[in-house]
Design a protein around this ligand. Structure first.
Ligand SMILES: *Cc1c(COP(=O)(O)O)cnc(C)c1O
Length: 218
């Protein structure tokens, strides 16, 4: 199937309030253009350098989401244009994003990445670290960043019971944080293999790559 057909098929399964992030990492700009022509305006990349190269050549009404692990020394390269950073996992990183956003007179929206997978290969905050950041006094001083929600990745497994359990945990943390931080409104969970489960468990932003663009070589 074509990229346009894949997008159409996936969109037909998404409720209206769920944002589809097209994860285009490793894919050539021709593929991104095809998705753009089909109406897609939100793209996700996991390497700042690759995202920046694509940002330069793609139309400027695209929302770029950084979905991967962020190296602090590279934040400056995306600060001028990035819309949402999904993988924030420390106050130190948040401070750097704030500093670079300030230089561009922007406010950069961020999601805190929570470690929900039962395997220990994935990045992210544990529950106590998450609560600590949300209640940190530093947060109010960071006028150029805004924490708008949470992001998490389930274990890479075929066990849908386990995946559902992990997503349920993230949703419950999200609901808990919303009580004290009403501006929190984004729950980024779900990828090609598990986004339908994620939506059933309350996700409102899914990050889908291979189901749109085909398998990645690496
Ligand atoms: C690559 C990636 C995705 C998309 O993965 P697919 O399985 O290809 O849909 C989603 N989220 C993150 C954080 C990723 O790195």
């Amino acid at each position: 199937m074509s990229i346009a057909a894949n997008l159409k098929q996936i969109k037909s399964t998404l409720p209206d309030d769920v944002v589809l992030v097209a994860v285009s990492k490793t894919k050539p700009v021709e593929n991104l253009h095809e998705a753009y022509e089909a109406g897609q305006r939100v793209f996700g990349e996991n390497k700042i350098q690759e995202m920046t190269q694509k940002w330069h050549v793609m139309p400027k009404d695209i929302e770029w989401h950084m979905i991967g692990h962020v190296q602090r020394n590279k934040v400056k390269y995306m600060a001028a244009y990035v819309t949402l950073v999904h993988g924030v996992d420390s106050l130190k990183l948040l401070r750097e994003i704030n500093k670079q956003a300030q230089k561009h007179q922007r406010i950069i929206k961020c999601l805190l990445q929570v470690h929900i997978a039962e395997e220990d290969t994935k990045f992210g905050l544990d529950e106590s670290e998450l609560i600590e950041i949300m209640h940190s006094e530093d947060l109010e001083q960071l006028a150029h960043t805004q924490i708008v929600g949470l992001m998490g990745m389930a274990t890479f497994t075929n066990d849908s019971v386990q995946i559902r359990r992990e997503f349920k945990r993230l949703k419950s943390l999200y609901d808990q944080i919303k009580l004290t931080h009403p501006t929190v409104e984004v729950l980024s969970m779900g990828m090609s293999g598990d986004y339908l489960i994620a939506i059933e468990e309350g996700s409102n932003m899914v990050r889908v790559g291979s189901s749109i663009f085909g398998a990645r070589n690496q």
